[in-house]
Design a protein around this ligand. Structure first.
Ligand code: NDP
Length: 249
């Protein structure tokens, strides 16, 4: 039990990578709070994950939403040891096709909400706690057609290192996972039909030396490691989970 008696908050825990991480955390003995916007998938996730899981509906781009989620977590389980700031939205439009509202929504969700979730959780974390942020290979690879998304995730990479320095004196670690293309509901939005998605997956796979996309559990396993005491001397770093992706597809 690598997370025995730990309490974790996972944003976007009702879907994809967040849900897979919640599942791994519960298997390893944690009690977990998951957030999401969609009440139906939130309820389904709580039912699937069992009694050690609390679901909280929250749109983290709204003022006070992160504070509410953190307060409800502490009220239910007494404290918090782990934050996986994972909630995010895609944004695959070239610069000319990106309108201001879309750009701002991507930054609000993938960057601003992450910052304020970390801020909301900070006072509750004690020595030995772990924060994990979810980045993306877009922050380093220069894949065309997603500059707003890449900017939001680049902010995560920069923030990761600063937060690690700020929290280190309190014995709290901050790290980031950097997933490559991973089969989740976000990935499925990349193409209009299952056939088109299969073709896109074949194109992406050519840029992945291991030859295929990742699964949500591949990212979850890295998050689990960073959350656990096995990573007790690791802070301010990134684990890239992308099958060795060599560039734009
Ligand atoms: P999913 O769409 O399955 O999950 C996204 C999660 O974020 C959902 O739970 C969603 O909740 C939540 N979310 C989105 N917007 C908000 C918001 N405003 N407030 C609260 N929650 C919100 O996709 P993934 O699991 O793939 O994505 C998880 C993270 O992984 C994201 O940050 C993404 O950028 C990152 N990532 C994914 C990659 C991939 O290829 N899949 C690659 C690299 C990074 P709800 O469903 O209720 O709206």
């Amino acid at each position: 039990m690598r997370l025995h008696d730990k309490i974790a908050l996972i944003t976007g825990g009702n879907s994809g990578i967040g849900l897979a991480t919640a599942e791994r955390f519960v298997q390893e003995g944690a009690r977990v709070v998951i957030t999401g916007r969609n009440q139906k998938t939130l309820d389904a996730a709580v039912t699937k994950l069992g009694p050690n899981v609390l679901g909280i509906q929250a749109d983290l781009t709204e003022d006070g939403a992160a504070e509410h989620a953190v307060a409800a977590s502490v009220e239910r389980f007494g404290s918090l040891d782990i934050l996986f700031a994972n909630a995010g939205i895609p944004g695959a439009t070239p610069v000319g096709g990106t309108v201001r509202a879309q750009f701002e929504q991507i930054i609000a969700t993938n960057l601003t909400a992450v910052f304020f979730t970390v801020q909301a959780v900070a006072a509750h974390l004690k020595e030995g706690a772990s924060i994990i942020l979810n980045g993306s290979v877009h922050q380093v690879l220069g894949i065309p057609g997603a500059s707003a998304y890449a900017a939001s995730k680049g902010g995560i990479g920069a923030m990761n290192r600063v937060l690690a320095s700020e929290f280190a004196p309190r014995g709290i670690r901050v790290n980031s996972v950097v997933p490559g293309a991973t089969r989740t509901p976000i990935w499925a939005t990349r193409a209009p039909t299952p056939d088109a998605l299969e073709k896109l997956e074949a194109i992406y796979s050519r840029a992945i030396p291991l030859g295929h996309l990742g699964e949500a559990v591949d990212i979850a396993n890295a998050v689990l490691f960073l959350a656990s005491d096995e990573a007790r001397h690791i802070t301010g770093t990134e684990i890239v989970i992308d099958g060795g992706t060599i560039g734009a597809p």
